[in-house]
Write a protein that binds this ligand. Structure first.
Ligand code: FAD
Length: 631
């Protein structure tokens, strides 16, 4: 028989990024015995890489900012496909979550009068991103970890052990959720180092596993982002929404090839950086879409004045939402106006004094010097789009973060959840999302546990199946190498389900994904269970595959262009499609896609917009309803 280490918890949080840590803190505060599980080392989650900041309408730099303006920007950024309730909760609660971080010990950059400083970012009307230089995620993670350590010290005093109420299992990968009927009963996985199995029995699980970027070759995401949480949720009977919407960040490094995809923070543009093509033209003025024309400068002079006088000038088009900028760069390169390495130029050197660049963007300065031998205080950077963030994710109840679908006891927060950002996320809105919905998920998971009459039980047979599935790649000797399979998957997704999409290519992609699914079912990993990355990847592949299928299917179905989904054959936004979410579920092994109407936006929230603006997004029918209510 196989040895399995067993643990019992009230709440198991899978993922130790901002969302997972904030959820775990809340569960522990609610008195729940809580486990935090992380595939990577503790503190190495994606959140740590976040550079620009966390968006919260604190109004510290411009007192006109408030939650309503933030809500409006978020809905605009997502092209009105957002779950409005999530966008509302996020805008309202983000400031409290940031101030709370200060009570945990966070040290944000300051304004002259000592308030938390806030910086400009694409799509945000006012300076709104609380930040620590360009290393905000590091401070966020550090602070949340510190809070957890302080709780553990308290537990040591009261319960005699640091791990009594909250324990971290890092370098531990969860491969299955275990169910008792329609209820979550636990999670199963392995220690990466020893390959030994571990089983958590728990009535509530919070998924906070982050994104899916590793299905693409050019990505800002690190090795862990294989869509595990998305796939775990699907297999447990939950649903995913908006999976066609991926964010291709406009500015990833394009040179040298070994670092292609690594992020160049949007703060470079927020702090004055401009984009130029190989002809030296500042091209973004040519790419302002109608829906945004009123808010963006028409001339370089006006754009430049905005940095010092934002009340009387409109913002530069470099600060359009990311989907717009990424498409523009893509078009410039396609039209033959790209740089030698196939990107465009991002210039901060001619815009700010060298000293100021080093002060505001220390990591970028260091990154380009070290990786590309480029001094960004003297020369422009070469940049191009990189797969960065998935807007789609687990469909959740906006207030409680409980997963929809047939499963109970499952909660999701952070990048792994869907709805909040609609078809495109604004920069800075993720870090705040993690805190707002992490807290909510942890709190509601705890309430769920309190209300249970009886605890679910883990059946022996489900554990046996989990063990078998996990060991299978090691037991086959004739199957394919996982690395080849991952490369093939990345090629399909990058070439056929990338930034610009077409019907025949998406159909082709689905055919290839079906073939890949059969190949992945026979994947084999050489070696044993002791630290074996090939085996780990073999197990990740089935997750990447099912999630990629959801993305490709939804991308084929959605016949319009909106946010992170661009169809060359349906290049405009279609108001009818704004009313529809594409919902992905699993039926046996088959990915199923359904259409579901979006919840109706509450009237008082619609009233925050001009009718003229609403007319760009809503159907005639919806507008007539709006007019009738206004009359
Ligand atoms: P993550 O921080 O991604 O953490 C996921 C956790 O889940 C990890 O601990 C991982 O090990 C664990 N995990 C995954 N699968 C498993 C499994 N099977 N078993 C166990 N554990 C698992 N957003 C902003 O708002 N502002 C920014 O300035 C910003 N800058 C960014 C810069 C970069 C380079 C990148 C890549 C992203 C940036 N983002 C930014 C986006 C933001 O950082 C992420 O969306 C966010 O951190 C996701 O947080 P999360 O808590 O949902 O998950």
């Amino acid at each position: 028989t196989t040895r399995i280490e067993r643990h019992h918890y009230d709440v198991v949080v899978i993922g130790a990024g901002g969302a997972g840590l904030r959820a775990a803190i809340e569960a522990r505060l609610a008195g729940k015995k809580t486990a935090i599980i992380s595939k990577s080392l503790f503190g190495k989650a994606h959140t740590v890489m976040a550079e620009g900041g966390a968006a919260a309408a604190m109004g510290n730099v411009n007192s006109r900012d408030n939650w309503q303006v933030h809500f409006r920007d978020t809905m605009r950024g997502g092209k009105f496909l957002n779950n409005f309730r999530m966008a509302e909760l996020h805008a309202k609660e983000a400031p409290q979550r940031i101030w709370e971080l200060e009570t945990y010990g966070a040290l944000f950059d300051r304004t002259k009068d000592g308030k938390i400083s806030q910086r400009n970012f694409g799509g945000h009307e006012y300076p709104r991103l609380a930040h620590v230089g360009d290393r905000t995620g590091l401070e966020l993670i550090r602070t949340l970890q510190q809070k957890i350590v302080s709780m553990q010290q308290e537990d040591k005093r009261t319960h005699g052990s640091y791990d009594a109420r909250i324990r971290v299992f890092d370098e531990t990968t969860i491969t299955e959720l275990l169910l008792d009927g329609d209820r979550v009963a636990g999670a199963f996985g392995y220690y990466r180092e020893s390959g030994e199995f571990i089983l958590f029995e728990a009535p509530a699980v919070v998924l906070a596993t982050g994104g899916v970027g590793r299905s693409y070759k050019v990505t800002s995401n690190s090795w862990e982002y294989t869509g595990d949480g998305h796939a775990l949720a699907l297999r447990a009977g939950a649903t995913l929404i908006n999976m066609e919407f991926l964010q291709f960040h406009p500015t990833g490094m394009v040179w040298p090839p070994s670092v292609k995809g690594i992020l160049v923070t949007e703060s470079v543009r927020g702090d004055g950086g401009i984009l130029k093509n190989s002809e030296g033209k500042r091209f973004m003025f040519d790419y302002v879409p109608d829906v945004f024309r009123k808010q963006y400068a028409e001339t370089e002079e006006e754009a430049d004045r905005w940095y010092t006088d934002p009340d009387n000038n409109r913002r530069p088009p470099e600060l359009l939402p990311r989907d717009e900028v990424a498409r523009a760069i893509n078009s410039e390169v396609k039209a033959g106006r790209g740089t030698p390495a196939g990107g465009v130029f991002l210039d901060i050197a001619s815009r700010l004094p060298a000293e100021e660049i080093r002060r505001r963007l220390p990591s970028m300065h260091h990154q380009f010097k070290g990786l590309a031998d480029v001094d960004i205080t003297k020369e422009p950077m070469e940049v191009g789009p990189t797969c960065h963030y998935v807007m789609g994710g687990i469909e959740v109840d906006p207030d409680s973060s409980a997963a929809y679908g047939s499963v109970r006891g499952l909660f999701a927060a952070g990048e792994v959840s869907g709805g909040m950002h609609g078809s495109n996320r604004l920069g800075g809105n993720s870090l705040s999302d993690l805190l707002v919905f992490g807290k909510r998920a942890g709190g509601h998971a705890s309430t769920y546990v309190d209300q249970l009459a009886a605890r679910p039980r883990v059946a022996v047979s489900t554990v046996e199946t989990a063990v078998e599935t996990a060991l299978a790649p090691l037991q086959r000797d004739t199957g394919e190498n996982p690395y080849t399979l991952q490369q093939d998957l990345q090629a399909v997704m990058g070439d056929l389900v990338g930034i610009i999409r077409r019907e025949n290519e998406l159909e082709d992609a689905l055919g290839r994904l079906a073939e890949l699914r059969e190949r992945v079912a026979k994947v084999s990993a050489a070696g044993g269970r002791r630290y074996n990355p090939g085996w780990h990847l073999a197990l990740d592949l089935r997750n990447m595959l099912v999630v990629s299928e959801c993305t490709a299917k939804a991308a084929l179905e959605r016949r319009e262009s909106r946010g992170g989904h661009t169809r060359e054959d349906f290049p405009t936004m279609d108001p009818q499609w704004r009313r529809i979410n594409l919902v992905c579920s699993l039926e046996g092994d088959t990915v199923r896609l359904d259409r579901k109407p979006l919840p109706k936006i509450r009237t008082e929230l619609l009233n925050l917009f001009d009718r003229a603006e609403l007319a760009k997004y809503l159907t005639d029918e919806e507008l007539a309803e709006f007019d009738a209510l206004a009359a």
